[in-house]
Ligand binder design. Structure first.
Ligand code: MSP
Length: 660
């Protein structure tokens, strides 16, 4: 019953923003949830301070790197405090406890022949802290789609780490542990990437001194990614510390998708070389993009001052918004407008309103004293059953690292509570002498439902349960996950108060005239943009970039394209193909002709959903046999991550029409 969870360690070259805060908030929600379920949790976060870009930023400000990072690290700590992040440890890679372990590991890998000395000649992108070979550059600049900045030519003596030696062992681990890299789309990406061949990684630098010295050759400092990844065990006191023995291997390393490959390739190979067990899960979530598109990042100048946002909307609302918005496997959009919209709808209207209305009625009709319930009707039974159902569904989502999915489930209960108020109409019961017992049951059910909501909210909005407990006149040890299965916990006779609304509605115009939240002044402002990265995707050593999308294929001519005969066809029938989870057999109409098409879309569409749709068929594709069925063509679909959408024609256009 232990659970070790980590966030990436953040570069303290600029203060944290909403994008970077997401990972930490999501990890916090998972950590809190596991604690509630009785796990012995260790939650680690920290800062990645030995990067070359830190030196550059500090130099540009005329400061020494340590003084500079100390200031930014304080900002991180302050933000985590305001966001009620419940980490157990905060590791800084400038700390001695970390240096010692990195040195020990570097020496061990060198002594066993996994690190060797050679010479690196190639390019380096400092904002991305990444080595590039010449052929990967785009117009001589960093090929990273989110960077594009200038790169520098390096020619220096370097130590190299034999990634290639462990390629097969890593692949076999990934194949035999399907849960190791999640979500599945990232796992597939990683498998393709490793299969294409790993090159040895340059793991030391000689052109600056900031960082961890290679113990047997102090001219070199350890490459920042090798150094940084080790934080996950140095913080536990590897190799012999009690915490290391107790908590390793990590149950989950949580991170943004841009850095999955460091954690799914370099990190496991370091561990394989050391003979240390691998982490159980490496999970890469999507990014927050701005409304205009593009990742939220300091270098794009589209970040907002997190402290000001908290002042305006409160930490719980920001946590809720971020956790609710980022769906598994996809990117999410952040804008202040949509934050306010969710705050007003989900928090003020749905959650807050139910709590205020129902407490106000207990106060109005029973002087704030929780009455003794009488007999339950179907309405109460339904609510109780739903609480259990939602508990199970939320558990499933949280156990698969999906806080957005869990919140979606919990909001089914919130919606049902509001409906219950309308269905029971306590204001009408209050007027009838013979309905007073019924009113008691309804008011008691309110109190219990609010208690249930307090427990559900705890992992996501830790400020809410305490406020609710105090409104309900209860002790906060009421917040127990098992409490979701009980009914009747609140003692009749308890005194509740109406209190202030938990989430008052917000009108953005109330902030007019105040300073813009968009951060105009930031720590790196005075520094040449080329030199300062915000939290951008970073590439692994000499390896090719894996973009989220497949690369654009080789150019073709219009004549090549004209060879394709694409037609609108109408789906007449659809059915599952026996013993093939992924396949549907379709009958489609093409200008009077009926064709059979076997399509690998069964995981995305039920047969009924497809019947009647006008879709696009590659009509001149050579027929192929799939599971014994001859497929006469192929249906077009768009797919990205875990989403797949069949291309349809929405106007009524005859089957047989050409698509060109
Ligand atoms: N220092 C490395 C991590 C080393 S871990 C051994 C690093 N730091 S970072 O500060 O640049 O980024 C940290 C995390 O913030 C990454 O997981 C990244 O994906 C995440 N995010 C940065 N901007 C983000 C968004 N706009 N949206 C969601 N997450 C984002 O990389």
């Amino acid at each position: 019953m232990k659970f070790y969870i980590t966030t990436p360690i953040f570069y303290p070259n600029s203060s944290p923003h909403i994008g970077t805060a997401y990972t930490t908030i999501a990890a916090d929600a998972l950590a809190r949830y596991k604690r509630l379920r009785g796990y012995n949790v260790y939650f680690l976060t920290g800062t990645d301070e030995n990067a070359q870009k830190i030196v550059r930023t500090a130099e540009a400000r005329g400061m020494d790197p340590k003084t500079y990072v100390d200031g930014v690290v304080d900002k991180f700590k302050e933000l985590w405090e305001q966001l009620e992040i419940s980490h157990d440890d905060f590791i800084r890679t400038t700390e001695e406890r970390h240096h010692e372990v990195v040195k020990e590991i570097f020496t061990k890998l060198y002594e066993q022949g996994d690190i060797y000395k050679s010479e690196y000649e190639g390019w380096y992108c400092t904002p991305c802290e990444t080595f590039w070979t010449e052929n990967k550059l785009v117009d001589g600049r960093c090929p990273n789609q989110d960077c594009g900045r200038e790169v520098e030519l390096l020619k220096e003596e370097s130590y190299f780490f034999r990634l290639s030696k462990y390629q097969d062992a890593l692949l076999s681990h990934i194949r035999s542990h399907p849960e190791f890299i999640q979500p599945a789309s990232r796992r597939n990406e990683m498998i393709r990437f490793i299969e294409s061949g790993l090159e040895d990684l340059c793991v030391s630098r000689t052109t600056f001194q900031w960082g961890i010295q290679v113990p047997f050759n102090p001219k070199h400092v350890v490459y920042v990614w090798l150094d940084a990844l080790i934080n996950y065990i140095s913080a536990l006191g590897y190799p012999n510390g009690d915490r290391y023995n107790k908590y390793w291997p990590a149950d989950i390393h949580l991170m943004g998708k841009d850095i999955v490959r460091f954690h799914a390739v370099i990190w496991p190979i370091i561990l394989l070389a050391l003979g240390v067990p691998l982490p159980k899960v490496v999970y890469g979530h999507g990014w927050f993009l701005s409304k205009e598109g593009g990742k939220i990042s300091k270098s794009r100048g589209n970040v907002q001052d997190s402290f000001e946002l908290i002042r305006r909307y409160g930490s719980d609302a920001i946590r809720y918004f971020l956790l609710r918005e980022l769906q598994v496997g996809s990117d999410g959009t952040y804008s202040e407008d949509s934050l306010v919209e969710r705050l007003n709808s989900d928090l003020a209207n749905d959650l807050g309103n139910f709590i205020s209305r129902s407490l106000a009625m207990i106060v109005k009709y029973r002087d704030g004293i929780v009455p003794t319930p009488s007999v339950d009707t179907n309405l109460e039974l339904e609510l109780k059953v739903l609480a259990r159902e939602v508990k199970t569904a939320a558990e499933e989502r949280m156990d698969s690292f999906d806080p957005a999915g869990a919140l979606e489930q919990i909001w089914r209960f919130v919606a049902r509570c509001n409906k219950y108020v309308d269905e029971t109409a306590p204001w009408a019961l209050a007027k009838k002498e013979d309905q007073q017992e019924r009113l008691n049951t309804v008011l008691y059910t309110f109190a219990e439902s609010i208690r249930i909501l307090a427990i559900f909210c705890y992992p996501f909005m830790p400020g809410v349960p305490n406020k609710i407990c105090s409104l309900l006149g209860q002790d906060s040890n009421l917040i127990k996950w098992e409490g979701l299965e009980c009914w009747g916990v609140i003692k009749p006779g308890s005194i509740v108060e109406k209190g202030e609304p938990l989430f008052p509605r917000v009108d953005m115009s109330q902030f007019e005239g105040e300073a813009e939240v968009v951060e105009v002044k930031n720590i790196s402002e005075t520094v040449n943009k080329e030199q300062v990265s915000a939290n951008e995707p970073v590439q692994v050593g000499n390896v090719e970039q894996i973009s989220e999308f497949e690369p654009i294929k080789e150019e073709i001519t219009i004549d090549d394209f004209a060879k394709l005969d694409l037609r609108v066809v109408k789906v007449l029938k659809a059915e599952k193909v026996e013993k093939a989870d992924k396949l549907l057999k379709l009958e489609v109409e093409l200008a009077g002709e009926i064709r059979t098409v076997v399509s690998g879309i069964a995981q995305y569409y039920s047969p009924e959903e497809l019947v009647g749709k006008s879709v696009v068929l590659v009509a001149n594709l050579k027929p192929a046999k799939l599971r014994g069925i001859t497929s006469q063509g192929m249906i077009l679909a768009a797919s990205h991550g875990e989403i797949l959408e069949v291309l349809t024609v929405d106007k009524d256009i005859s089957a047989g029409a050409r698509v060109k």
